[in-house]
Design a protein around this ligand. Structure first.
Ligand code: RP5
Length: 181
């Protein structure tokens, strides 16, 4: 599947997971048209060496696949699921209803409504079924949030998140300094 997804991307953006082992994070999306946004989550996970898998699972077009993916995720060792969808974006919420694994929702800007439809579909979950929703098209933050979740039980990974924060801060400070000159 990764190979087919990679065919949709250019070479530098290859989604091949660099870390070996069973996937700890599942990245799923409603359509291959979500991939240009959702690849950013895979990039972050690959950067931190977190084993991950990328799958297309549609709540409306492949409901049986949605059920089997969500209901087997925990036993396969998946610890966090990142789910992106656009429009009537039911994928993250449905997955969260079928598994105890935490779900991070990515609203994808996919329709005439500029992503607000996706955002509201994902964020307005009923009490009892949580989806941690990031900003429209911000799959980078979904990847970072997944890494932080895994960092709770992995001090080495958490230290790398702290280093990432430090690097981000320094980037901004260097740019600010350049502006002042
Ligand atoms: C959603 O419908 C997908 O997540 C996608 O964002 C949107 C449009 O899908 P395509 O018509 O591009 O396949 O299910």
């Amino acid at each position: 599947v990764e190979t087919r997804l990679n065919a949709l991307l250019n070479e530098e953006e290859s989604l091949d997971c660099v870390a070996s082992g069973a996937p700890q994070v599942g990245i799923i999306m409603g359509s291959d048209s979500d991939l240009p946004v959702m690849k950013d989550a895979a990039k972050i996970l690959n950067m931190f060496g977190v084993p991950n898998e990328v799958r297309i699972v549609s709540a409306h077009r492949t409901p049986e696949l949605l059920f089997s993916y969500a209901m087997t995720a925990r036993e396969r060792g998946v610890q966090v699921i990142i789910a992106g969808a656009g429009g009537a974006a039911h994928l993250p919420g449905m997955v969260a209803s079928l598994t105890p694994v935490p779900v991070i929702g990515v609203p994808v800007r996919a329709s005439a409504l500029d992503g607000l439809d996706s955002l509201l579909s994902i964020v307005q979950m009923p009490r009892g079924v949580p989806v941690a929703t990031v900003a429209i098209n911000n799959a980078t933050n979904a990847g970072l949030l997944a890494v932080r979740m895994l960092g709770i039980g992995n001090p080495d990974l958490q230290a790398r998140v702290a280093q990432y924060q430090e690097d981000t801060k320094n980037d901004v400070l260097v740019k600010a300094e350049k502006l002042e000159k």
